[in-house]
Design a protein around this ligand. Structure first.
Ligand SMILES: Cc1cc2nc3c(=O)[nH]c(=O)nc-3n(C[C@H](O)[C@H](O)[C@H](O)COP(=O)(O)OP(=O)(O)OC[C@H]3O[C@@H](n4cnc5c(N)ncnc54)[C@H](O)[C@@H]3O)c2cc1C
Length: 301
């Protein structure tokens, strides 16, 4: 398909970029490899998107998609595997389709590294986002799995809301900044369970019973929690586009608030970008900025 703007990824960032670009009078194709709405479609309850006291992730995504559809967005279901600069603009190659555009918005989001033992309970007491779901466990006991900066920061964030937090880590050394570590070591509400992995879990009244295995061959132990937060890291989806943008050491796009990258005409939006807060509101904010910037870029050609 040939359009003014091609958007890779139909999560909240991509769909918001489409709405702004369409309202600026541009034709838009949005290419999505899995499901329209992205990550948030996995969440049964969203309570922090302004304008909705409570809405399911699917309903929120549906609302935004129908707004983009009414404005005339074209949707293609495919995975884009290559973006090339051409004399006219850009060529995007998918597994089944090819698209040309004058400008491109990359809004490919991220995937969360999953915990196998918790996979069957995702969305039902197992969360990947402390900021999103922490409030649901106010005054209760929860556990965080992981040993990096995000895991330690999540444990600290939850300790302010919850009665007690177990921090379960497969090793003893943490990959977290010193300031964050100092706060962890001083926090009496967080119990560190080191050299432990979650081997399996089961439903119990009021939550989950975690069966932990000692990685040093010691005794196993159980921990009863209301909820489990998995913080094993993010997997950005940007590798295929290294030629047109710069990635940081973790694979996120190196772009600031201008949402521009090394290739003029390519813009980024949402969780795929290096940033400190990855939420719906920040994805929508990036989408608005990238959609408008792409439209302006075309006007100035
Ligand atoms: C379970 C869960 C609950 C959450 N709850 C909340 C909450 O309550 N409040 C909140 O503010 N935030 C919440 N978040 C975070 C929020 O969902 C994200 O910050 C936001 O959705 C990011 O939007 P995005 O568009 O940047 O990326 P994504 O939602 O990741 O969308 C990117 C899209 O791009 C597609 N894509 C990737 N690569 C390609 C490719 N090569 N070709 C084509 N398509 C591609 C993906 O399939 C995906 O659909 C939650 C996240 C999860 C996982």
């Amino acid at each position: 398909m040939n359009c003014d703007i091609a958007i890779v990824g139909a999560g909240i960032a991509g769909m918001t970029a489409a709405i702004y670009a369409l309202r600026a009078g541009k034709s838009v194709v949005m290419i999505e490899k899995e499901s329209v709405g992205g990550q948030i479609t996995l969440s049964p309850r969203v309570e922090n998107y302004p304008g909705f006291k409570e809405i399911s992730g699917l309903d929120l995504a549906d609302n935004i998609f129908s707004q983009a559809l009414d404005l005339g967005v074209n949707l293609e279901v495919d995975e884009i595997v290559k973006i090339e600069k051409t004399a006219e603009g850009f060529r995007l190659t998918g597994n089944y389709s090819e698209h040309t555009a004058k400008a491109v918005v990359i809004a490919t989001g991220l995937k969360h590294r999953r915990l196998e033992a918790a996979a069957a309970f995702e969305g039902e007491g197992v969360s990947y986002c402390a900021v999103c779901d922490g409030m649901f466990y106010k005054g209760k006991t929860v556990a965080v799995v992981g040993g990096g900066n995000t895991a330690v920061s999540d444990a600290l964030y939850l300790a302010d809301i919850c009665e007690k937090v177990y921090l379960i880590h497969r090793r003893t050394g943490y990959r977290a900044e010193k300031a964050v570590m100092d706060r962890l070591l001083a926090n009496e509400k967080i119990e560190r369970l080191e050299n432990k992995i979650v081997d399996s879990m089961e439903n119990i009244e009021g939550g989950k019973l975690l069966h932990l295995k000692d990685t040093q061959g010691g005794e196993g132990m159980d921990a009863a929690v209301a909820g489990l937060f998995v913080a094993l890291g993010h997997i950005p989806q940007n590798d295929a586009f290294k030629d047109v943008l710069d990635l940081d050491e973790y694979g996120f796009v190196n772009a600031d608030e201008s949402l521009t990258v090394k290739t003029p005409g390519v813009f980024v939006a949402g969780d795929c970008r290096k940033k400190t807060v990855r939420q719906l509101t920040t994805a929508a904010s990036d989408g608005a900025g990238a959609g408008l910037a792409a439209a302006k870029y075309i006007d100035n050609l």
